[in-house]
Write a new protein. Structure first.
Length: 201
């Protein structure tokens, strides 16, 4: 729909949505402007060019270009070309399931993986010194426990992300119900689930 034909309610909802997305930016691990550009492109049915984005959000060209590149790198938006037009247009991924999966994957790669690498370097410090005191061994073990958790978190995320989509909604709801059931029956069910095979990888 053309912007000049929109109702007042539509414009108000769009403005609130863009502001909300910007406020949620820290939870995404991105800056406010990047989140607002994504929100605007997600809300718009038709692709927008850089000039329109700048005018709508009142931001500079440099700011717009930088954040559009970041969104392209995250694969949250796509560049669109129209025959006979020299400008680049952009549109956002509209499938919310793909959006969430992309954000989770990006945050894992940018945050969790580096933490695990840094913890490995901490362990290497102990191992380089040779003999360790009892206190050092206990500290090293606590770091290793943290690393084990992060490794399992990464594996769990990588295994589950391909199934985070609308087609698997029924399965995901059942998975959530199972987790909720265990929480409601805390003390009546074991804290661990025994599986037939554990490859310990």
């Amino acid at each position: 729909m053309s912007q000049d034909k929109r109702s007042e309610q539509h414009e108000q909802a769009l403005e609130q949505f863009v502001l909300l997305w910007g406020e949620m930016a820290s939870a995404w691990g991105i800056n406010k402007t990047m989140a607002q550009i994504h929100a605007l492109l997600y809300a718009e049915a038709d692709p927008l060019d850089t000039d329109t984005i700048m005018a709508q959000l009142d931001i500079s060209r440099g700011n717009a270009n930088m954040n559009l590149r970041n969104l392209l790198n995250w694969q949250l938006i796509h560049k669109v070309h129209f025959k006979g037009k020299r400008k680049d247009f952009y549109t956002a991924e509209k499938d919310v399931w793909n959006i969430v999966s992309t954000i989770v994957r990006e945050r894992q790669q940018r945050e969790v993986a580096p933490i695990r690498q840094n913890l490995q370097e901490c362990i290497a410090v102990f191992e380089a010194e040779g003999a360790q005191t009892d206190e050092e061994k206990e500290f090293k073990e606590r770091i290793e426990n943290f690393m084990t958790f992060l490794e399992m978190f990464e594996r769990f995320t990588e295994a589950l992300l391909p199934y985070i989509n609308k087609n698997n909604l029924k399965f995901l709801k059942q998975l959530v119900k199972l987790a909720e059931l265990k929480e409601s029956m805390k003390g009546k069910l074991p804290d661990t689930i025994k599986l037939p095979v554990d490859d310990d990888k």
